[in-house]
Write a protein that binds this ligand. Structure first.
Ligand code: MSP
Length: 488
């Protein structure tokens, strides 16, 4: 079944309209998951919604609904995982969970307390809304005991938080001192009860973060858990502290291995502003998908914004890249080659595989496959796609250079024309394989247009990218254009 590979996205709050920022993490994770399937790994990809606690209770009340009805059935499997985890920490003999009184300035939207100096003009620094003074009896998790173990863990495993700028941020957070945090509430009752004291319900992190191990079988299916855990967590940089400080400490306290890697990507802005519903900068993914389609949407965000850094979205950039890389790049390459085959060989792939006639393409493909792998391993998603588009560029240059349309006019050069058409179709086949993870629908269409018999889903890297895989005689067909030009 291949190497197990487990990747997660954050769980999204269901009480907000999704925008392209939420889509960003999911697209990246889906791209990575599909790439690993292409490598033959046994992939588990987890995403979902964050349906817990006070925030949902309030939204449900506002909507005149019961919180439970609002979010469907609470999953018994998740309650089992949370209970097992809490009990394991509670029983670890180090008193890592203890009772205390919490008092602080609380933002309902963040579900977090703030210190005076964290506020901006007395308001929540994230939401700009007033905070409330709250006090109650809570259970606390002794995060302060985990500074040393966390530093040791991150020193021994430098790739456990990436990119480097985020790793440094985490190290300085830890070195700056860690405060215990509260893990239960008595002020509301909708949630998973603390197993040894059920008038408390689990609050936020022991519920939300635990979703990552619930789905892998923690507390319910140990064999599955042993197969998939530890995971790669893909997150936005806003929730780094919780994933790279709280979560590994919680797991260590329970005797569970910390995540394999936490990778925090940057934030998308629109017109230099944070996206939100209130300032009209929150763009719903469907607005852009209606314009360019899902494949181009996926490609654009991964190619345009250096993965790991912040990036500004603009519709001009989307349209420009759509035309340059997709309509004129891959799309035009495919339509020219398929048209040449249709008019010169009745669509049949000529029996003319001659790498010596294929210019730089065979060597470039080998080199790009290696670069693609190496970039995907580092999660340099932008570089991985840039590598693949080097092949698109070279293939278009090769066509112009060898001009099979000119060769077609000279019966004496029939053999040469066939070799050029074979090479052009072969490079398209390899491009369909390489682009499958980022644009599954377009790659699938291209695959069918090339008359491939084996499904694209069963292709594997590196084998399927080896030069010469295209079978002579395969019946290609001009189909609809992969990336039609956008209307002005
Ligand atoms: N529910 C918590 C996460 C709990 S994980 C155990 C949460 N949800 S959220 O819906 O507010 O945001 C989820 C994620 O969406 C962010 O961490 C980030 O990955 C992504 N993004 C939200 N806005 C974003 C941008 N403007 N840009 C890029 N990603 C953004 O936080």
């Amino acid at each position: 079944m291949g190497r197990p590979f487990y990747i997660t996205t954050p769980i999204y709050y269901p009480n907000d309209v999704p925008h392209i920022g939420h889509g960003y993490t999911t697209v990246a994770a889906d791209f990575i998951a599909r790439y690993h399937r292409l490598r033959g790994d046994q992939v588990m990809f987890l995403t979902g919604t964050d349906e817990h606690g006070q925030k949902i209770q309030r939204v449900a009340q506002e909507a005149g609904q019961d919180p439970q009805a609002f979010v469907d059935e609470m999953e018994p499997r998740h309650a089992a995982a949370v209970t097992t985890l809490l009990q394991a920490v509670h029983d670890n003999g180090r008193d890592d969970i203890y009772k205390g009184t919490y008092e602080g300035l609380y933002c309902v939207s963040c579900e977090a307390y703030y210190t005076e100096d964290e506020l901006v003009d007395g308001m929540c620094p994230i939401h700009g809304r007033p905070v409330e003074r709250m006090s109650e009896e809570n259970y606390f998790f002794r995060l302060s005991a985990y500074a040393e173990p966390l530093l040791e863990h991150y020193t021994a495993n430098p790739s456990a938080v990436q990119p480097e700028v985020r790793r440094n941020e985490v190290l300085s957070l830890i070195r700056g001192g860690l405060r215990d945090f509260s893990i239960s509430r008595t002020s509301f009752d909708w949630g998973i009860p603390i197993p040894w004291d059920p008038k408390h319900v689990t609050y936020v992190w022991f519920d939300a973060l635990t979703n990552y191990i619930t789905a892998a079988g923690y507390g319910t299916d140990e064999e599955r858990f042993a197969t998939y855990w530890p995971a790669l967590h893909l997150i936005g940089k806003d929730i780094l502290r919780f994933h790279a400080v709280y979560w590994p400490a919680m797991l260590m306290a329970a005797g569970v291995e910390p995540p394999r890697q936490v990778f925090a990507h940057g934030f998308l802005t629109v017109g230099g502003k944070k996206m939100s519903k209130t300032n009209a900068t929150g763009i719903h993914p469907f607005e852009l998908i209606d314009l360019v389609g899902v494949d181009a949407y996926r490609y654009f965000f991964m190619r345009e914004i250096q993965f790991g850094q912040d990036g500004s979205f603009s519709q001009e950039a989307l349209e420009e890249r759509y035309h340059a890389d997709l309509a004129n790049g891959l799309g035009n390459l495919a339509s020219r080659v398929l048209a040449m085959l249709a008019s010169n060989t009745e669509g049949a792939v000529p029996d003319a595989n001659d790498p010596a006639e294929a210019g730089k393409l065979p060597a470039l493909v080998d080199e790009v496959v290696a670069r693609y792998d190496e970039a995907m391993e580092r999660l340099s998603l932008t570089q991985a796609l840039a590598a693949v588009w080097d092949v698109v560029g070279e293939a278009n240059r090769y066509l112009v250079d060898r001009a099979p349309w000119a060769l077609a006019k000279d019966p004496g050069r029939r053999g040469e024309m066939e070799a050029v058409l074979y090479a052009s179709a072969e490079v398209l086949r390899i491009l369909a394989v390489l682009t499958f993870p980022i644009m599954p629908a377009a790659a699938g269409k291209l695959w069918v247009q090339l008359g491939m018999e084996e499904p694209l889903e069963v292709q594997r890297l590196p084998e399927s990218a080896r030069w010469g895989g295209l079978k002579p005689g395969a019946q290609t067909a001009r189909g609809e254009s992969l990336f039609p030009r956008l209307e002005a």
